[in-house]
Design a binder for this molecule. Structure first.
Ligand code: F6R
Length: 243
């Protein structure tokens, strides 16, 4: 695992956007796995700026989603499908057909999870998977004690994660779904390159446990230690508890 400390979130976003652009220059139809939440926004802004400036042609790139709420109506502005289409797919000038994600509104949720794992494999696997990290060390929505071998499946959000995400639902925790579909840790580990960005002091404990602690399901992100090509990019605040 490689750890890179950058001065701030903007610098982290720029560094990762350049790595993604370099990948797309090498492999124009790269499958880019994206995360939602606040942390990756500077990455998406920097990558879209590169596309607009003609520094990279991303017109053949493909985008896939890490996780999705269960039970939000199709088209809900905070479904992760809507968020990724709005924040990643459209700014890169891509069509919806370049996007794939799990179906959080499926009647057969387990079937939708299995179908998504199959679809990722049939698409040739994820070339670069972006990850954020929860204050409790979660990646995707693999909360503490998720199996390190887990596949895409339905999970129950912890109360803390629902509190953290209420800001996207007018601050009203009652509107935050209780369940999500998330790529499993085993699924995530199949991506060819994992890139985790963590910014802010609130992530410092989770980052220290991920990088310096033992590999343990109680800190799901520590599974990155098992991956042959994992890069952890942290700003100085998120790095503040590293030894
Ligand atoms: C969301 C996801 C989550 C977030 C994590 C951090 O797709 O994968 O693991 O990355 O909850 O969220 P932020 O970046 O909002 O602090």
């Amino acid at each position: 695992m490689e750890v890179v400390i950058v001065p701030d979130a903007k610098a982290g976003g720029e560094l990762i956007a350049e790595a993604m652009a370099a990948l797309v220059r090498r492999k124009s139809d790269a499958l880019l796995g994206v995360a939602t939440g606040s942390t990756p926004l500077p990455i998406y802004e920097a990558l879209a700026a590169k596309v607009r400036a003609g520094e990279v042609d991303a017109s053949r790139a493909r985008i896939c989603q890490l996780d999705e709420y269960v039970g939000l109506p199709v088209g809900h502005p905070e479904s992760y499908r809507s968020v990724v289409l709005r924040e990643v797919v459209a700014p890169l000038g891509l069509d919806e057909s370049a996007f794939m994600g799990p179906d959080g509104s499926a009647a057969d949720v387990q079937g939708a999870c299995e179908a998504y794992d199959r679809a990722l494999a049939e698409a040739g696997g994820v070339d670069l998977q972006l990850l954020g990290i929860g204050t409790d060390g979660h990646i995707g929505f693999n909360e503490p004690c998720s199996s390190l071998a887990s596949r895409t499946r339905i999970k129950t959000l912890t109360e803390q994660t629902r509190v953290d995400n209420a800001r996207f639902f007018d601050g009203d925790i009652e509107q935050v779904p209780h369940h999500v579909i998330t790529q499993g840790i085993g699924t995530i580990l199949e991506a060819r390159h994992l890139v985790l960005l963590a910014t802010g002091e609130g992530k410092a404990d989770a980052v220290a446990a991920t990088v310096e602690g033992p590999v343990a399901s109680v800190v799901p992100a520590s599974a990155l230690q098992l991956h042959p090509h994992a890069t952890v990019i942290v700003d100085e605040a998120a790095a503040s508890k590293l030894k």
